[in-house]
Design a protein around this ligand. Structure first.
Ligand code: CO
Ligand code: ZN
Length: 332
C-alpha cells in the first residue's frame, strides 16, 4: 500500500490532465475487474459484477478523484518570468519557495513581488514562476501550460507525507478495497474521477452514465488536531470519518448509519465528521439525475492542499476494512 501511494503521489495529474495517474491505476485494477472503461471526461470506471446476485443487490458507485490542485501559466513577461493562476483551491500561503513541475517536464520555483509588509499573505497575482529563462523567447512555458507541486514522498513511522494525498490516498483505498472483495452481492462501480478540485466535474457526468442507487465518495478531510486549528473533532490515527455534513452536502443519514453499523459490527474505529470547509464528489453524485442516496467516507489528512500533506497508514487500512465489510454484503 505504501509503495503504491509513493508512486501515485510522485506522479503529476492536475485537474483535466489525469492521464499519468490513470495509467498507473489501470495497471492495478485491470486484473481485478469485470469491466473497465474510460469516459469522455477521462473518468476511469471499473466494474465488479455481483458474484451472487439477489433481489437486494444494489448498484453502488464509489468515487475517488485522480486529480490534484495546480497552477496554470497566464502570462510570460519579457524576461521570461511566468505569471499564473490557480487550478482548484491553490492557497497563496503554501506557494512561495515551492517548486512546481510543468507537464512538459520544466521545473519552476515560485517567487513574489516586493512586499509592503513582510508577513503578509501574498495573492497569486503577486507571484511568478521562475523557470530559469532570461527572455520570453527562451522561456519553455507558454500560456495555458499547467503545473503541480514537486515534492517527494517521505515516511515518519506510521505517518506518511506527500503532495496530492488529496486524493491519491482515496485512490489507493479504492484499489485495495477492490482487491480485498472476493465476492459480493452488489453491482460495484469503482470510479476514479477527474476534475474534482475544480468542482467535481468528472463525478457528475460519471454518475449520470452509471445511474447508481447508492454513491459514496472516498476523499480526505482536514483535521482539527494541530495547534490552534479550526475547532473540528476529526483527528489523525483515529479511524476513517463518517461524513454528516460539509459545505456542499448533507450526507444521506441512511448511508451514514450503514457505515457506522458496519464499523461497529466489525470493530473498526471510526469518527463522526462535520466539515466546515470544502466538499467532495459526493455532492455531485447526490444531485445527479433524479437524485442518488449518497454519503462520504473521509480519510483524515493534515495540511490539505499544501505540498506536504500527512496521513496515518492505519487510517488507510481501516478505511479499506470498513468499505470491504460494507460492500461484500447486501447494502442497507
Ligand atoms: Co482537495
Ligand atoms: Zn479531495
Amino acid at each position: 500500500m505504501k509503495q503504491l501511494l509513493k508512486i501515485l503521489t510522485e506522479t503529476f495529474a492536475p485537474s483535466g490532465y489525469e492521464d499519468a495517474v490513470r495509467e498507473i491505476i489501470l495497471k492495478e485494477v485491470k486484473p481485478l475487474a469485470d469491466e473497465v472503461r474510460v469516459d469522455a471526461l477521462g473518468n476511469l470506471i471499473v466494474r465488479k459484477k455481483p458474484t451472487k446476485a439477489s433481489k437486494t443487490s444494489k448498484r453502488i458507485m464509489l468515487a475517488a478523484h485522480m486529480d490534484e490542485i495546480g497552477v496554470i501559466a497566464s502570462h510570460v513577461d519579457k524576461k521570461g518570468f511566468v505569471r499564473f493562476t490557480n487550478v482548484g483551491t491553490t492557497l497563496g500561503r503554501y506557494l512561495p519557495g515551492s517548486r512546481v513541475r510543468f507537464l512538459n517536464g520544466t521545473m519552476g520555483l515560485i517567487g513574489y513581488d516586493r512586499l509592503e509588509l513582510i508577513d503578509n499573505i501574498i495573492p497569486l497575482n503577486k507571484m511568478y514562476i521562475d523557470v530559469g529563462a532570461t527572455s520570453r523567447g527562451n522561456c519553455p512555458i507558454k500560456v495555458g501550460d499547467i503545473a503541480a507541486f514537486e515534492r517527494s514522498f517521505i515516511e515518519m513511522g506510521d505517518r506518511l507525507v506527500a503532495k496530492s494525498l488529496d486524493d491519491r490516498v482515496g485512490v489507493v483505498v479504492l484499489i485495495e478495497t477492490l482487491r480485498a472483495i472476493k465476492s459480493t452481492s452488489n453491482d460495484l462501480y469503482f470510479v476514479f474521477t477527474t476534475q474534482e478540485e475544480v468542482g467535481s466535474r468528472g463525478a457528475g457526468s460519471a454518475t449520470f452514465g452509471i445511474d447508481p442507487e447508492i454513491g459514496i465518495a472516498v476523499d480526505v478531510t482536514p483535521t482539527g488536531d494541530t495547534p490552534a486549528s479550526i475547532k473540528m473533532v476529526m483527528e489523525l490515527s483515529k479511524g476513517p470519518c463518517v461524513k454528516f455534513r460539509d459545505v456542499g452536502m448533507i450526507a444521506d443519514p441512511r448511508v451514514a448509519d450503514w457505515m457506522i453499523q458496519s464499523a461497529e459490527k466489525a470493530k473498526i474505529p471510526y469518527q463522526r465528521e462535520v466539515l466546515l470547509i470544502g466538499s467532495t464528489d459526493a455532492r455531485e453524485i447526490q444531485i445527479s439525475r433524479a437524485g442518488v442516496m449518497a454519503g462520504a467516507l473521509s480519510i483524515p489528512v493534515r495540511y490539505v492542499h499544501s505540498a506536504s500533506e500527512m496521513v496515518d497508514i492505519n487510517d488507510m487500512k481501516n478505511s479499506v476494512k470498513l468499505l470491504t465489510a460494507m460492500l461484500k454484503n447486501p447494502a442497507l
